[in-house]
Write a new protein. Sequence first.
Length: 367
Amino acid sequence: MAGRRRSKNKKVKHGRSPWPFALLFRLMIIVAGVALVLSYLSVFINPSFVSFPLFFGLYFIPILLVNITLLIAGMLRRSGATWITFFTILPSLLFADMFVNWGEPNRGEEGISLKVMTYNVGMFAHKRDVGRESALGSIARFCGENNPDIICFQEFYIRDTGMIKTLFKEYPFRSSHFYKLKSGSRFGNLTLSRFPIKESGEITFKKSTNLCIYSDIDHYGRAIRIYNTHLESHSISFTSLVKRISNSEKMSEELLDVHDKMANTFKKRSRQVDTIAAHSSASEIPAIICGDFNDTPMSYTYHILSRGKEDSFRESGKGMSATYGSLWPLLRIDYVLYPSGWWAMSHRTPKEPWSDHYPVITELIIP
């Protein structure tokens, strides 16, 4: 009888990927990890000395998402290098509530409320199919419906300043700093208050139309200083950047030019931040610093201005943190910062269509 041939089941070894791919994967993990660590460190680095790390802070969310993707891929591949990504991502948990928040408000002692709204209205030019005066009227009605005690406008555009009194009758006290355009119209920062403004002033910056105005209000016998802030912008839209690069024969030169402009903006904004922080520190009056910072929470700007203060979104916000509607849903550049010891009962960013920014409305409780 012919011997039966027994087919031997050969065990197929599921080995690791070929070494070139494994080496490339580990290199990606190292590069992405270094980028994430630099984004953590960027908050402590003054751009006046070195601006390079701040680019990583600006793109913290995309860099974090790349690292999370590599972590999942590494776990599926059972790569030993995955531990590097895991420990690199771990510190990001400390910053998570800057961008996403699902908790309940951190309640404090009972006290008197103060409802504050900050809104960069973009000179009422966001909706091109609607006239500026129509947009201004819509925003005035929105303010009446939400009934804040203090309104801080940035990039407020007006042809006739007398219209402010007509549109915002409920706010008898005002402070502002406007720049005059060739057309005779004006734009700048405007603070409206239900409470008496005892003193006001402005902090202007060299070679910039960005500025900060402050108003000392009398809140039931207590002085509170409101800083209405609009810091330096990069003035480079993602769409125009892509168009410039795609139409350019020398991409490297275009990228270097964009890099230099952004680095210069980081430096200008850091000087503005230091000026405001020094001005606030020189006064014993408790201060609210709010407005359009043109920077993310992973920045030197936020790190300096939030010292000794609480952030209304981190304390009582819910969901995504976006205050700027033209990019990803976690881009937060508008803030209300208030003294420690107070607490925020609510924080909202209604998705209003009248500007590329969303208004930030928070109700503070002052013990």
